[in-house]
Design a protein around this ligand. Structure first.
Ligand code: PNS
Length: 167
């Protein structure tokens, strides 16, 4: 039987507990899980550089031998071809996610008909979580413990402290 390699793509700025929950759910389903960090998001004001995100995600995945982190630029389907994957995983938190996720899945299928998108839902307690909200709450002094792994929270604290010193 061929190796089932899943690619879980995203910005992951930062990786939060909802993302980790999706990866945990992938582990028994697929032989290998590649967390793929997009390099050219075009999103303004990232919290972490791509290298910092890769570093953090690498540490978070280190206990799991069938998971690894990589980066990609350009089309997701090209990256998937490069790593020998036909399955991409996306998390669906709520119905509101569905429309844009459906569009992406259909576009990816059009670009490469061999690609299938698998949607997984996170634990209910993470259904409202997004990287954008986590960043906003943290920037305004709110406690993000439990929403992101402690490693990420500590790195967020350090980055914010550094930026505050600079201004
Ligand atoms: O975490 P995000 O920002 O929701 O992730 C979006 C991502 C990275 C999955 C998406 O933007 C993507 O796949 N970009 C790569 C470019 C691409 O392949 N575009 C065409 C298909 S939608």
């Amino acid at each position: 039987m061929s190796t089932r390699i899943a690619v879980y793509p995203g910005s992951f700025d930062p990786m939060h507990e909802g993302h980790l929950d999706i990866i945990r759910r992938c582990r028994p389903i697929f032989d290998q899980v590649i967390v793929a960090v997009l390099r050219n998001t075009g999103k303004k004001h990232p919290l972490f550089t791509v290298e910092e995100r890769v570093d953090l995600i690498g540490e978070l995945l280190s206990p799991w031998d069938n998971c690894r982190v990589e980066t990609f630029s350009g089309l997701l389907v090209d990256f998937m071809d490069h790593v020998g994957s036909r399955i991409t995983v996306r998390g669906l938190r709520a119905v509101s996610d569905f429309e844009s996720e459906f569009q992406m899945a259909q576009m990816n299928r059009r670009l490469d008909p061999r690609v299938e998108t698998v949607f997984l839902t996170p634990k209910e307690e993470y259904s409202y979580l997004s990287s954008r909200l986590v960043k906003e709450v943290h920037l305004l002094g709110g406690d993000v413990s439990g929403l992101v792994p402690n490693l990420v929270r500590d790195r967020m604290d350090a980055t914010l402290a550094e930026r505050t010193r600079e201004t």
